[in-house]
Design a binder for this molecule. Structure first.
Ligand code: ZN
Length: 474
């Protein structure tokens, strides 16, 4: 079994969440939330509930102090309960993104220089508006990561989606993540050259308090030296000794297979160079290795250039695009440039391979997580990418119910977060209220009426979300 995430005492597993959170927060950086003196009980009525596992039909949810107290039942209301009527609507758990990035973009630009608290909170608020209530920032976080994360958790849900992450991650010397392409001018990503340095990098990140270790194992299409097997094996071993899970960026089958054999916990992108073989399928299945396909990552390279009308036709895309990015997507010169040459054809082929491999792995019973790489680059559009990913999963043979289960129950389990992902007694009251049935058409997850996190309505309706105003807010 892969180890649980470390710092369990600082994750909100315990029911005494407020006490645990305030003990872990940095009180100097963020005032603690003021818990209301009176008990806060809300009864959510009238909606049809998908609890993260199955369709429960129309049931009542009782929420007390940020947690689900009861699901179903029709007895008398708890004393002092506030009633909220969502008759005719649909409720699903808040989505959990296992692979995203925070604070890495500004308009059409990206890079480590944008990693500030304001940019991270901007992104977390945009995720939250789109119903993504937990975000794992899987690498390229700046030095302020630890302080920002603790402040976000202490203020939960006021600073947007609840977050965790990998700190900077661990890369290869002169290789992935490509410092220049990713704008890592003062490269904060450690790049160990040997096993001893890999162990030290992991120990240092464990000391600082990362939630997960991230490795990049990719030769970037033969353009760069990949991380050596002895380096990633040492990193995996040391992370497990420190009680941390390890997730690896990959693109190709060969490194994915060797990482799985080396005990990696999470393959954090889909295999896109060739079909997965029976050996990898069996190794992942028997070891319980997680697989995050990130189908949207390659589609984002051509989708907006190819279908500029999506901006008019998709209110959820409009709600996700700040003005500079919207202008870029609507620029015919940019559109033409994106689609000419080999890059777009390669991206299309990568999506086809990724879909086929996901179909194979899912059918074989490999554990599938949910992630998009949103936020790493501007066109990996925060919020829209997640809803598009759900739709792409149905193209790989998932039913809407299976796609939603993956993005809620399973995505939380991947991160070791047993306090969310399901709408069940004792779990966090993180849920999304939809105007139309997501089990009938997965695209209905975009029709967001309201988002609740930690028992409070924090956003909605999505149609009213203004990404420019959100970006300007401080
Ligand atoms: Zn990533």
């Amino acid at each position: 079994m892969p180890p649980r995430l470390a710092r369990a005492a600082c994750a909100p597993f315990a029911l005494a969440a407020l006490a645990a959170l305030s003990a872990c927060a940095n009180p100097a950086s963020e005032p603690a939330p003021t818990p209301s003196a009176a008990t806060d009980v809300v009864v959510i009525e009238g909606a049809r509930v998908f609890d993260g596992e199955r369709d429960l039909g129309v049931v009542r949810l009782v929420v007390r102090d940020g947690r689900i107290e009861a699901v179903g039942g029709d007895g008398p209301l708890p004393a002092g309960a506030r009633r909220v009527d969502y008759g005719g609507r649909y409720i699903v758990p808040g989505l959990v993104n296992d692979h995203a990035h925070l604070g890495n973009t500004e308009g059409t630009e990206h890079g480590g220089r944008y990693y500030t608290r304001d940019h991270v909170v901007r992104d977390l608020r945009q995720f939250q508006a789109f119903g993504v209530t937990t975000v794992n920032s899987l690498g390229m976080n700046g030095p302020a990561f630890y302080e920002i994360r603790d402040a976000v958790r202490a203020a939960d849900p006021a600073l947007g989606a609840w977050m965790l992450g990998a700190g900077p991650g661990i890369g290869a010397p002169g290789g992935a993540p490509p410092a220049k392409n990713m704008g890592l001018a003062e490269d904060a990503v450690p790049r160990p050259a040997d096993a001893a340095a890999a162990r030290e990098a992991v120990r240092e990140q464990a000391r600082r308090g990362v939630d997960i270790i991230k490795l990049w194992v990719d030769d970037l299409g033969g353009q760069a030296p990949p991380m050596a097997p002895e380096v990633y094996r040492a990193a995996i071993d040391e992370a497990h000794a420190q009680g941390l899970q390890v997730a690896a960026h990959i693109h190709d089958l060969a490194p994915a297979a060797d990482l799985v054999a080396s005990g990696i916990d999470v393959i954090a992108h889909g295999v896109r160079d060739r079909p997965v073989d029976a050996a990898l399928v069996e190794a992942m299945r028997s070891r319980g290795t997680w697989y995050i396909p990130t189908l949207q990552i390659d589609e984002a390279n051509y989708l907006y250039a190819e279908q500029p009308r999506l901006i008019e036709e998709e209110p959820a895309l409009r709600a996700a695009l700040q003005a500079p990015l919207r202008a870029r997507f609507q620029d015919p010169v940019w559109q033409r440039r994106q689609l000419e040459g080999e890059a777009a054809a390669k991206s299309r082929a990568a999506v086809r391979m990724n879909l086929a491999n996901l179909r194979t792995l899912h059918a074989a019973g490999v554990r599938i997580g949910f992630g998009t790489d949103a936020g790493a680059l501007p066109h990996r559009v925060i919020g829209f990418a997640e809803h598009r990913e759900l739709e792409l999963m149905t193209q790989a043979g998932f039913t809407p119910e299976q796609a939603l289960r993956t993005a809620t129950r399973d995505a939380a389990e991947l991160l070791g977060l047993d306090d969310r992902g399901l709408l069940a007694p004792g779990r966090r009251a993180d849920f999304v209220v939809l105007d139309a049935d997501p089990l009938a058409d997965i695209r209905n997850t975009r029709r967001i009426r309201a988002v609740w996190q930690a028992g409070r309505q924090v956003a909605g309706p999505l149609a009213d979300f203004d990404p420019d105003r959100n970006a300007a807010a401080r």
